[in-house]
Design a protein around this ligand. Sequence first.
Ligand code: KIV
Length: 271
Amino acid sequence: MSQHKEVKLVTTHQMLAMKQRGEKISMLTAYDYSMAQILDGAGIDVLLVGDSASNVMAGHETTLPITLDQIIYHAQGVVRAVKRAFVVVDMPFGSYQGNSSEALRSAIRIMKESGGHGVKLEGGAEVKDSIIRILTAGIPVMGHLGLTPQSIYKFGTYTVRAKEEAEAQKLLEDARLLQEIGCFGLVLEKIPAALAKQVAEELTIPVIGIGAGRHVDGQVLVVHDMLGLTKEFKPRFLRRYAELHDIMTEAVQHYVADVKSREFPSEEEGY
Ligand code: KIV
């Protein structure tokens, strides 16, 4: 009989139990080995290899350009670093919409080639078939409703979603559907706090918010934003826990000055 290694990671079952006992779930994005090692070591519950890598790692204006190969590359580094956190990998735009066979193929590639623990994709009823197909392969799926950045050209802006009754109603129905078909969790992005509270109270699966208020089961932020690496991005929902842009600029300026003045390296720093 083969030996199975014990899973010591955060699991979907543990996340469910956290919701049930009222323990909030902490989630951050990560796109590389070094950062993931720090975040995992600091006790984060969930790491999201977000398609926001398209913005913060590659400098694109939107999340649309990132490819399956690129997200897998980012996820591989994150997975290598992780000892405890559950790693969710975003399915890139174009890798799952409108074709459930392709969605399944994309999700299998992500799981096989990156070693991630689950996938996340954007949308509700429109992507139902893709989600059901992915779930048949035993791959945990996380939903994402509200502001869904892969649809930015449909929305036209990054402002708060579901403020109007009709959109709020559709979001509620989509959230119920995602739970019903088997998603293990749901991200709600930039929607009114009262609506997010209603969803989190009604659903039994964990609901993680970004700009969705305090009455959800956990919070997610883009790590570059919460560490202050991105300087200009200052939405109301973002709390900066450090000012790394300033700290790094100062450190690099210091290094440049030391090299120019021959202060670095000293005799002791040579061989
Ligand atoms: O890609 C990402 O960073 C995300 C978060 C905003 C939830 O999907």
